[in-house]
Design a protein. Structure first.
Lengths: 1275, 140
């Protein structure tokens, strides 16, 4: 800790609490000294400070002590008055403004770092002008009436030797009329030490006259009180002083001019004069006065008696109204005398005496309620305690007391409180109690903003100096101070404080405060005209997403105003408006893989690769020469970067996000690219470009027309908080190495934001790696540009995105090659061959769709090529070039409901292969939404009555949500099965269309028309061509669709292969195609996109039969016989057909006996006449009921049918070839007329794969079914 | 009336700050909260000064500002809770119980598996419960 005397407060007190000397001089004296550019007082001032005066002093006690440091304050008599408040205020303001101008140049530099601030010592942190300001502030209170240390101790009367009648002048000077009013009013003691000085100007006065005047003076005023001062010894007046003593006191005049007429001797003379004046006259005089006063006071006030008396006397004054005016005490009153004693003792550094005097007086003042005086005394006590290094607590208590007492006085006491506070704060600082000092500064802020600003700033520096530093408070007080400075238009100071505050908030996340600081400092920089710095600061605010909308608007508006003021385009690297989401970066480029659309480019690479596996010549095809091949295909250097083609754009998707709530328009978004000519000197050129400032390089590229690449520019507007994915492209027009460096954009046409991509290459790389699989390039944004190649463009026309399952469409694939060089060897592969079928010829459909599918007059039953590979190869002669476009017909059929992604990849080769790329692929991706429509299911059961006929039950359900369908046609596939209606069309579907959700069952008959090679077919068969039936009544002229020769057939093939199961070869399967169409009225809108026909394929419908054979008992139905002659023998024929592909052995066992018993009991199932009853469902029951009612039960009379006897062999066994028929004669004998039910037999069958195989695959027993024979008595 | 509550992370980064005044004094309250961090640091570094509160999370009155009183609370994880109230005579027990409830709400909020420690608390549930706690205390 510093010794109190040497602390800054100690120095301050030495300067401020020191004897005042009043100077009275004639105009001629002033004139003499003005030759030096100085007034008389100014000339003497530097010599009033004595660092080691070494004068022995004895005050009240007997102890002598030596005074070391001493100082005199010289004032012209005219200045000894209380300063005008307004003038003082102006002077203070001037001080601040001047200081502000000085700091102006520092403002451009970067704000100080917090670590620098912390490492600095106190003197470096706080600006130096604070000292000066504080001094000025204290001076505004000089010559106050409640304090005595400003009372003049002595009076210096100065007369020039040139004056006429100098002796009278001396008398005139001390004329009471001319004395300051304070002395006349009685506040100050007019009886003071007088000293007479005669000034002799060596330039123009004669020595004789001077010496004469001096001797006269000495005789009149006394020898000791008179002095002679000879000045201006230099005739020319051009003396230059090393270390000019006046320079620090008067700065307005150049230092060389000051004291130019004074030689070294003159200065020495002045010095001696002042030294003598202080030590010989002033100090002894003060000593004497202190001693006198002390004696006087001891007599009147000290001792018990006096104190009681005093107390009593003061009690008596209680009724006097509370008076704060100091006028009640004149210099001669006891109180003032004590105060003078204290102040004199203080000035003579006898602090003990001073303290005791102050203590004595302070109680008096308190009793008198003279608060101002009381506070003043308390203040001095505090200072005395401090400077004598006594109790710290006492000192602080006194200061606190003084300060709060001044405060209580209201406005009038505030200035005093301020001074008190300043001293107090200094006192605390000297004791390293910075935090407390700060709070003192805070206390004396007051209401006047400028004053408050300075005090707050001083407080803030105290917080830094606290150990540990309280940086949060430091920042806060700086901000407060800055705000106050701003209120008083001290913008420079405001900036200075905020700049320091930035250092606190810079690295924190207190964005609310941070935004405020940066925004305001930006505004203020703009006010002082430093727009570039303003912009720099404002930029920090732009990303103010957490602020309210109105705040954001203000921020942006002001920002753009300032930017406009600068009048130039600012290029800002790392502008945060809008924010770029680097993880969204996606590069899309085309090397040998080209994409038809945006959607196809985004499809995962593995899908394409698996699709293209078959058609692309594999690099690794020959293991022996892959090295050679690879190196030929892609030189090593090329492998390191991606490849793109001249004239084909590289696309880059980037997401921009607006962090603000207000919409922002972003214009001229483009990429920043570098294209280096030759890959060989790649490194060299790259170095060059990177050394260039990128901004200028970019401009060069765009403006000078030297365009080795073209960039797309995108403008867009981002709403509040909106994100937008923006596609940017660069199209190289020369070969070389293209590098995408970054992206730039313009904000409101004045700010250019630049973002470089280098920072996050890893992110993009992983993205890339996924796309490129094994061939990972080192830099995803670096491209090798190779020379122009043909590029195929393709699209599928009129592909609907929404359609019903089964919808059949005719589409055209259009391929176009815009370049002049031809391409060849086109191949196409489609991910869903079930959905899409390319036509084999490039032909336009003549009759139009869907009529082309209908049967023409001539039946062309040429079976289409059914086995197709998944790769479709275009004919060899197809080669594309120039403007010609290839229109290739395609058939689309929505096979299954759901969302389907269709991938087309078209492979092609370049005709003139000179490039590193020999082939390319065109990738197309479409997605379809397929809605469910009609669902069909078929049930086939053998007919009970006909051998090769089957009953078909078709169940249709409309699964569509809104549309209804009409069914148009049902066909069986292949020539084997003929189909016919069982009911009239009208009865099947009276409403003509199937409504959404509606189900329908209808029945058909199909007939096996297959002709076994060996057996001859006896049954009457329908025409083999009758495989289609029309299920529609109106439009009788409408033709049926040809399912054999149309794309329907090929779609059916794929359906078959899709549904293909292990028993694909099973003969007893039927395929159906149901053709339907949308009911006309159901959807009047969207006429164009309406599906024209829908086909529903149902494959491998098995005949639901458990036995591999069918049989019938043929014979006459009615016979006449004369039973009188004999019993009747009837020959019957049993026809058994092997419906399987295996060899069948059947044995027939006849059962004689009571038919009632033998015949199978008519259980509900068997009654229906169906030998196989499928699992009963709701619908089934219905049908079986129908059957039952139709066939009816045998009449009850039949139950008692007369018996008959099987008269042939009772057991016959036959072997039946596959799919052949055999006949077995049987015979019965009847004995009486009647109706006979010939059902008392069983068929036992065994099926085996081979003719003589011992093991049978299956076997079973069948009961005979009723067959009625009527025998009548012949007449 | 409680005018502002704040949660400040152990690196003095704001995690949550909410003012309950109608006036546009968010900036002022931010500053007050920010400043009080100095006082908390001081309290924590010189526990001898505060004496008995050695093992207590509640830090007591941090400093009286012009129209406000600022109270502090320090959790075991060095997360600070700061409460600014405009009531000038407040009982410590009330403030203590306020902070206890506030602490519970905070623990609930950071226990959310989707909360990133050290990041701002954006949970709407948290702000709702804080609002409820604040409205239930009027200190009168």
């Amino acid at each position: 800790m510093v010794e109190p005397v040497n602390s800054s407060l100690g120095k301050m007190l030495l300067e401020e609490v020191s004897p005042v000397v009043m100077v009275l001089c004639t105009p001629l004296v002033e004139e003499t000294f003005l030759k030096n550019g100085l007034s008389f007082v100014e000339t003497l001032k530097p010599f009033c400070n004595f660092s080691n005066i070494d004068v022995p002093v004895r005050t009240s006690g007997d102890q002598l002590y030596r005074l070391k440091k001493f100082m005199l304050r010289l004032f012209n008599a005219a200045d000894i008055r209380q300063p005008n408040v307004e003038v003082a205020k102006q002077r203070l303001e001037h001080v601040i403004t001047q200081a502000g101008e000085k700091v102006f140049h520092d403002l451009k530099s970067d704000p100080p770092q917090i670590t620098d601030i912390l490492s600095n010592s106190e003197s470096e942190i706080a600006p130096t002008w604070f000292q000066y300001y504080n001094k000025e502030l204290i001076r505004t209170l000089s010559f106050s009436d409640h304090e005595a240390f400003d009372h003049p101790v002595a009076c210096l009367l100065v007369v020039s030797s040139k004056d006429e009648d100098p002796l009278n002048k001396f008398v005139d000077l001390f004329n009471t009329n001319r004395l300051p009013s304070l002395l006349n009013d009685g506040v100050m003691d007019p009886k003071i030490l007088k000293h007479f000085l005669l000034v002799h100007d060596n330039q123009d006065a004669t020595t004789e006259r001077t010496s004469k005047v001096l001797s006269e003076m000495r005789s009149t005023f006394g020898n000791n009180e008179c002095n002679l001062l000879c000045t201006n010894s230099s005739k020319e007046g051009n003396v230059e002083h090393q270390a000019n003593p006046w320079a620090s006191f008067k700065s307005s005049v150049p230092a060389e001019k000051l004291g130019c007429a004074l030689t070294g001797d003159d200065i020495g003379e002045i010095k001696d004069l002042m030294q003598e004046f202080a030590s010989r006259h002033i100090i002894p005089y003060m000593e004497q006065k202190v001693r006198d006063l002390n004696q006087q006071i001891s007599a009147t006030r000290k001792g018990l008696r006096n104190q009681i008396k005093n107390l009593w006397w003061r009690k008596g004054k209680d009724d006097i109204p509370d008076s704060t005016k100091g006028s009640i005490y004149t210099f001669s009153s006891t109180e003032s005398q004590i105060r003078i004693l204290g102040d004199y003792a203080f000035m003579l550094h006898d602090y003990e005496l001073a303290l005791s005097s102050y203590r004595l007086i302070s109680t008096d003042y308190k009793l008198d309620k003279a608060w101002k005086h009381y506070a003043g005394v308390q203040e001095m006590m505090g200072l005395a305690y401090f400077i004598s290094d006594q109790s710290i607590k006492e000192a602080e208590y006194c200061m606190e007391n003084a300060s709060s007492t001044y405060m209580k006085l209201g406005k009038s006491g505030f200035q005093n409180a301020t001074r008190c506070g300043l001293w107090w704060a200094e006192m605390l600082k000297a004791r390293d109690q910075y935090k407390e000092a700060a709070s003192v500064y805070f206390r004396i802020c007051g209401e006047e903003p400028l004053h408050a600003a300075v005090m707050l700033e001083q407080a803030s520096y105290c917080f830094v100096l606290t150990k540990p530093a309280m940086l949060h408070k430091y920042g806060f007080h700086l901000v407060l101070s800055g705000d106050h400075y701003k209120i008083c238009d001290q913008v420079n100071h405001a900036i200075r404080t905020y700049r320091s505050a930035i250092s606190v908030y810079e690295s924190t996340t207190w964005s609310h405060i941070k935004d405020h600081v940066y925004f305001h400092i930006g505004q203020w920089y703009a006010i002082v005209g430093m727009n570039d710095v303003a912009v720099r600061n404002m930029l920090r605010v732009l990303d103010c997403g957490n602020q309210s909308k109105s705040t954001q608007e203000i921020f942006l508006r002001d920002f753009f105003d300032i930017v406009k003021k600068t009048g130039m385009k600012h290029e800002v690297v790392g502008l945060r408006l809008p924010v770029i989401n680097m993880s969204s970066l996606q590069v899309i480029y085309e090397d040998h893989r080209t994409y038809a659309s945006q959607a196809s480019a985004l499809v995962e690479e593995s899908i394409w690769q698996s699709l293209e596996d078959d058609i692309i010549p594999s690099l690794n095809s020959g293991k022996s020469n892959w090295l050679e091949l690879q190196s030929k295909l892609l030189p090593k250097k090329y492998k390191e970067s991606n490849v793109c083609v001249v004239g084909e754009s590289v696309k880059l998707d980037l997401e921009f996000r607006n962090p603000l709530l207000i919409s922002t328009s972003v214009t001229s978004v483009s990429l920043i690219c570098e294209l280096t000519e030759n890959s060989d000197d790649l490194k060299l050129v790259e170095k060059e470009t990177s050394s260039l400032s990128l901004g200028t390089e970019h401009n060069q590229v765009t403006t000078s027309g030297f365009s080795s690449f073209t960039l797309s520019e995108v403008d867009f507007t981002l709403g509040g908080g909106e994100k937008k994915l923006v596609r940017l492209t660069v199209t190289p027009s020369e070969e070389g190495v293209l590098k995408i460096v970054g992206v730039r954009w313009e904000l409101s046409g004045s700010i250019v934001g630049v973002h470089y991509f280098q920072s996050v290459p890893t992110k993009a790389k992983t993205n890339k790696a996924k796309r490129k699989n094994k061939l990972t390039p080192t830099d995803p944004l670096k491209f090798l540009v190779i020379k122009s190649l043909p590029r195929l463009e393709g699209s599928v026309d009129h592909l609907p995105d929404k359609l019903y399952a089964g919808d059949l469409r005719y589409l055209v694939l259009e391929l176009k090659n815009n370049s002049e060089s031809p391409i060849k060897n086109l191949k196409m592969k489609i991910s869903h061959p079930r959905f899409v079928n390319p036509e084999s010829h490039e032909e336009e459909l003549t009759p139009g769709f869907p009529d082309c599918l209908k049967k023409g007059p001539e039946q062309n039953t040429v079976q289409r090529e059914t086995s197709r590979t998944s790769v479709f190869e275009f004919p060899k002669d197809v080669s594309l070039q120039g403007d010609r476009s290839l229109r290739w017909p395609l058939w689309l059929r929505a096979a299954i409901p759901g969302t389907i992604s269709l991938y087309f990849t078209i492979y092609y080769e370049m005709e003139n292969v000179s490039s590193i790329m020999k082939y390319r692929t065109l990738r197309m991706h479409y997605s379809l939404q397929v809605l469910p429509s009609l669902e069909t299911s078929f049930e086939i059961t053998p007919s009970p009555s006909r051998l090769q006929e089957f009953l078909v039950r078709m169940d249709i359900v409309n699964r569509a949500n809104s549309d209804s369908f009409e069914i148009h046609q049902l066909s069986t596939v292949g020539c084997r099965w003929g189909i016919s209606l069982l009911q009239p069309v009208d009865t099947i579907l009276p409403s003509k269309s199937i409504l959404p959700g509606q189900g329908l069952s209808c029945f058909f008959m199909i007939k096996d028309c297959r002709k076994p090679g060996t057996e001859e077919e006896k049954t009457t068969s329908i025409l083999p061509s009758q495989t289609d039936i029309k299920l529609i009544t109106q439009d009788d002229d409408e033709k049926l669709f040809d399912i054999v020769n149309s794309p329907l057939a090929s779609f059916h093939e794929s359906e078959r292969s899709c549904h293909g199961t292990s028993d694909q070869l099973s003969p007893n399967t039927v395929d159906f195609i149901l053709i339907s169409r949308l009911a006309k009225s159901s959807n009047p809108s969207a006429e164009q996109d309406l599906p024209k026909i829908l086909s529903h394929h149902s494959c491998h419908n098995r005949i639901r039969s458990s036995i591999p054979l069918s049989w019938s008992l043929d014979g006459p139905k009615t016979m006449y016989h004369d039973f009188s002659t004999s019993f009747c023998e009837i020959k019957l024929k049993m026809v058994i057909r092997n419906t399987s592909d295996g060899f069948l052995s059947v044995s027939i066992n006849t059962i004689d006996g009571l038919p009632d018993a033998a015949a199978p009991t008519p259980s509900s199932g068997n009654l229906s006449g169906w030998r196989y009853v499928p699992a009963i469902t709701e619908e089934m029951k219905l049908t079986s009921d129908v059957m039952r009612s139709r066939l009816g039960k045998p009449p009850p009379s039949m139950e008692s049918s007369p018996p008959f006897i099987w008269s042939g062999s009772s057991s016959t066994k036959v072997q039946i070839q596959p799919l052949s028929t055999t006949e077995i004669p049987v015979q019965i004998s009847v004995f009486s007329p009647g109706v006979y039910n010939l059902c008392s037999y069983t068929l036992t069958w065994e099926l085996s794969e081979h003719e003589n195989a011992s093991s049978s695959t299956s076997s079973g027993i069948c009961q005979g079914y009723p067959c009625y024979l009527t025998v009548l008595q012949s007449e | 009336m409680i005018v502002c509550v704040a949660v400040v992370g152990h690196q003095n980064n704001p995690l949550y700050i909410q003012s309950f005044t109608e006036a546009e004094d968010a900036l002022k309250l931010h500053h007050i909260v920010h400043c009080s961090l100095d006082v908390i640091d001081e309290r924590v570094n010189n526990p001898s000064k505060s004496g008995t509160t050695l093992n207590e999370a509640f830090l007591g009155l941090l400093y009286p500002a012009l129209n406000y009183k600022v109270y502090g609370y320090l959790t075991n994880t060095k997360v600070k809770f700061i409460m600014v109230t405009s009531d000038l005579d407040v009982r410590d027990t009330d403030v203590r119980s306020f902070f206890r409830k506030f602490h519970a709400a905070y623990v609930d909020a950071v226990s959310n598996p989707f909360h990133v420690p050290g990041k701002k608390i954006t949970s709407r549930t948290f702000s709702e419960s804080v609002t409820n706690i604040v409205s239930s205390y009027s200190f009168n």
